[in-house]
Design a protein around this ligand. Structure first.
Ligand code: M3L
Ligand code: AKG
Ligand code: FE2
Length: 426
């Protein structure tokens, strides 16, 4: 179900973005020597309509499994999987791409039931499985999502009844870890239950020692952080004030991928945690105001962290748009949203800035809809909450009394690496 939702999302943006004039790819002039373009379709067998191909001056056109693909000849030479061009033990290219003639074209081409054969002018033969080509072609990739997800508002998330994973299962069994990761990848949040209320318990969830699960990302806040409302750092997080929804470390060139929260103590009232699916809100913007969505993907902004308290002097700047999409399929992969930490806007001309403010307002309205808000109370020593900081916004209610939280940021690449190792699409 989610797959269709997203395919729909991406294909509508695709049209949108392709129309934008700034988005057009300008082709370099091709200096290939004249090549007799064969303008008729070759079918592999008279009876088979499954596969057909056609040679053009600078590319091969191939139709297979209902996909029409176009391959540049240099691309076809560059991706050769023969033993001399590719080391299948290390999965690395051995061919020096810079040694390929940019005007190269195959001397002969042949296709059978499963394979495309190309012979190059120097006699070298390249073979491609047709399935491999579908999977690896631009056209094939364009139809796929990189990260399957279930976008949610409070009702969708609650009805899904996503189970928390028990801490011991998570740490000690492959199934527990896999279930946790699957939930996390689909929803962008995941809870681990029965975490011991002391700090080590939390550390075990993410440190490189013993359990070897994920590595934490060391930042200006340290590797693991313990914080309370003592204003030990120059940031509102270290007070008792409410924090509106935001993502963290927007002022890093690469914002932290994952954040883990574990409540150690709270003697007082308030302090609930707010979670909002930023991608769900962005999808609403795309559907209601596609040109505003596009603007939010295009306008670069700075976020900034300037801190001068005793012992801590930091000045961080991160640059990027609020919404980041993969250009080939328009899939959203990162939202950078923190109104507290957004820096002076000096990267945008005045007329664009006004439209940007309107687009920002539309997104903010979606993010603030009460039906999109998931509120949870982190009880001391019960759950650890993992948050995808590239997708989910978090915030907190103001509170009274003594409240101590600990947590860490995790390296996103390592978590996705583990997920892929367990057979998940990540
Ligand atoms: C989580 N921890 C308390 C360490 C950091 C708080 C960082 C707060 C900062 N305004 C931001 O949003 O990035
Ligand atoms: O105090 C909280 O619950 C969260 C504060 C916050 O936004 C953060 O630490 O990143
Ligand atoms: Fe935060």
């Amino acid at each position: 179900m989610w797959c269709h939702r997203l395919t729909h999302l991406f294909s509508s943006t695709q049209c949108l973005l392709n129309r934008g004039s700034g988005h057009q790819i300008s082709w370099q002039p091709c200096y290939r020597k004249s090549f007799p373009a064969v303008s008729r379709w070759h079918h592999m067998a008279p009876a088979s309509l499954n596969c057909a191909w056609q040679l053009h001056g600078d590319h091969l056109e191939l139709r297979y499994a209902e996909t029409l693909m176009r391959f540049d000849y240099v691309w076809l030479r560059d991706h050769c999987r023969s033993a001399s061009c590719y080391n299948s033990k290390t999965n690395q290219r051995s061919l020096d791409t810079a040694s390929v003639d940019l005007c190269i074209k195959p001397k002969t081409i042949r296709v059978d039931e499963t394979t495309l054969f190309l012979t190059w002018p120097d006699g070298h033969v390249t073979r491609y499985g047709l399935e491999w080509l579908v999977k690896n072609s631009y056209e094939g990739q364009k139809q796929q999502v990189m990260h399957p997800r279930i976008l949610w508002n409070a009702e969708i998330y609650q009805q899904a009844q996503v189970p928390s994973v028990d801490c011991q299962n998570f740490l000690e069994t492959k199934e527990g870890l896999k279930e946790f990761l699957q939930n996390f990848l689909l929803y962008g949040i995941a809870f681990v239950e029965n975490v011991p209320p002391h700090q080590r318990g939390h550390g075990n969830l993410s440190r490189e020692d013993q359990s070897c699960l994920f590595s934490s990302r060391e930042t200006i806040y340290g590797r693991m952080w313990y914080f309370t409302s003592d204003f030990s750092r120059g940031d509102t997080a270290y007070t008792k004030l409410a924090l509106d929804r935001h993502t963290d470390t927007t002022y890093f060139q690469e914002p932290c991928g994952i954040q883990v929260f574990h409540c150690l103590k709270h003697e007082g009232t308030g302090g609930r945690t707010l979670l909002v699916d930023g991608f769900y809100a962005a999808e609403q913007v795309l559907q209601r105001a596609p040109e505003e969505f596009e603007l939010l993907t295009k306008v670069p902004l700075k976020h900034e962290y300037i801190e001068n308290v005793v012992g801590c002097h930091n000045h961080m700047i991160g640059v990027g748009p609020i919404l980041n999409i993969y250009p080939w399929n328009n899939e959203l992969y990162l939202i950078r949203y923190n109104n507290y930490d957004r820096a002076v806007i000096n990267t945008v001309p005045y007329d664009v800035v006004h439209r940007w403010y309107a687009a920002h307002r539309t997104l903010t309205t979606e993010l603030r809809r009460p039906e999109n808000e998931l509120w949870v109370k982190l009880k001391p020593g019960k759950v650890a909450l993992f948050v995808d900081n590239w997708r989910i916004l978090h915030g907190r209610e103001s509170f009274t009394g003594y409240r101590q939280l600990c947590g860490c940021y995790l390296t996103r690449d390592d978590m996705l690496n583990t997920a892929r190792f367990l057979g998940l699409q990540a």
